[in-house]
Write a protein that binds this ligand. Sequence first.
Ligand SMILES: *Cc1c(COP(=O)(O)O)cnc(C)c1O
Length: 709
Amino acid sequence: MNANFMKRTEHAIAGLQRLAYNLWWTWNPRAQDIFHALSERKWRSSNHNAVSVLHSISHAELQARLCDKDFLASVEEVLQDFDEYLKKKDTWYAENVAEADGNLIAYFSAEFGLHECLPIYSGGLGVLAGDHTKSASDLGVPFVGISLFYRNGYFQQTIGPDGWQHESYPLLDTENLPVELVTDEEGNAVTASVEIGHSTVAFHAWRVNVGRATIYLLDTNREENDLHYREISSRVYGGDSTTRVMQETVLGIGGVRLLRRLGISPTVFHMNEGHSAFLTFELLREQLAKGAARPDAENWVKRHCVFTTHTPVPAGHDRFTPDLLDHLLSRFRESIGLDHHTLLSYGRERPDDDKETFCMTVLALKMSRAANGVSELHGQVSRDMWTSLFNAEKPEDVPIGHITNGVHILGWMANRTRQFWHRHLGSKWIYYLKKEAIWAQVSDPDLVPDEDLWALRYGLRRDMIEYVRRMMRHQFDRVGADYNTVQDSILSPDALTIGFARRFATYKRAPLFFREFNRVVEMINDPDRPIQLVFAGKAHPRDDQGKRFIQEIVGHSKNPALFGKIVFLENYDINVARHMISGVDVWLNNPRRPMEASGTSGMKILIHGGLNFSIQDGWWREGYNGENGWSIGGDAHLDDVAEQDARDAAQLYSILEEQVIPEFYDRDEYGIPRRWLQRVRKSMETLIPEFNTDRMVSDYVLKYYNSED
Ligand SMILES: *Cc1c(COP(=O)(O)O)cnc(C)c1O
């Protein structure tokens, strides 16, 4: 080895360190390939954690491995892409937002779903926040995220022999996560504190790099705190309402204080759901401390805050009793110079009603210059819900708009799919994900032949089935069942495959599909046109009804009449989701309308050629056009829940039997389902440019971040 080569390998090793600590690698498969190649076993066992892989390899080994010139060259290429990405000046933001200089968005969210190796999310809200951050980075939006560091994360799910969900909370090891302690120039942890009850609770923070964006995770696990304060940030949505208020105090008030401590001055504070709404109190306190009169201080706060609500039902909003708030916020309240009644009035629909609970959504709505729901229908539902709060005559006068959610396409794209689009659309398409013209090309069979599309579908379905079979081995081994004799009968690569995965909140009606059991058994076992279903999802630890739903489906999966054709995959997380959304032919979503504010999982399948089969709720009500998937129910719903369930189930069956199944199995002489693929093309062409976070974040920038009215 000569000195020059030595320099190159050292440079690459330093680069890999930087790369592992920037989640840019989570949406760049060639970067993932490098960590995978370094240690395949560690890559798998750590749930695809680049930091963990790197730390398991000695410097001597790295140096030796990089003497392989091909490997070194591929590392250098990836590092070059990475550096170019970080330095890129001509971003969408720079080119489209002229007056943007000096803008900085601070995005507060109780959870961020960025990658499976960092389990600080519970479901859709967190995944949305993660995807928002990735697109903000891709578009060049100046962006900083704030959340909590949950050192026990969200629970891991296992299913017992009786089908009951069990939860465990493994301790996260910060040494081996893509997080870095935020330190000052002397290398000491940067700390700040919040008042809780009569105590002062200190916290430090962890930095997560997401491309060009940064997220700070606040952590109260410090020696100087009493034990029960150290545990504030231990679990995602853990504990009772006392814990909730304490978490939200750290998130909102603590979040602003950390930013100030770091000298970061956001121009917009974006609250992703009401959990972080106490940040408006801290901003109010700052203004009052500077000597502003209260109305002026309030106006200042309003001018700098925007709020996204995600909850379509009154019961879903965070509400706390006056006593609890009085107790936990007493010292903070004194520091702000407000009496109890005045402080609580900010979170009340009727400010003078001392019985009314304190609602975080009300606080956020009152203290923001703009608010939005996450789909058109959810915007409407929210305007209806808050008409009296705004003293509006009619719902249309309520100042709540909507921006429909999206997904970060590259982050959700299977490697096989990415290669497919490279072959068919050239290399530039990844920069134009939301350009309709790119996706219009998929309607051209010369560019994207049916045969290729069908080969992609078969490849992705096979990939998922292999994954399911691997996972089922673990599940079988744990309950002592014999896997070897049955493994090849778990799912068929030729059968129409339907996926259903989401949190098992009861309104999502996971067992709806099984309402007419005998009919289902017949459909599944049709010798010529079989179907099969893959389920996954976690129920909230305190939701016994949700757990009974899981138990019911696990029961069906063991029924000899359905075995191998109904599968329940344990521990739904971003990794399980990624396999499912790329492999299934049809994504089923049957929530009780209008409870699904947006839903995003169905958007993840589009790029892979899957089709949606969903209730007219949330995003699908906007996306469905009659030829790009199927819809259950119309643009209205019954108030009688039992009646609604019965009708939706009946329609689900009839569409499945009369349209979905026949179209999938209607093959021409070459074995190709032409009509089906026509529908796939329509789905891609009409939905991909719209339902992605590049479009969503650019909407936020143009409609909410960048205007002051
Ligand atoms: C996408 C996703 C969700 C959200 O899906 P919905 O359609 O909103 O139910 C939840 N959990 C995980 C792990 C996801 O990847």
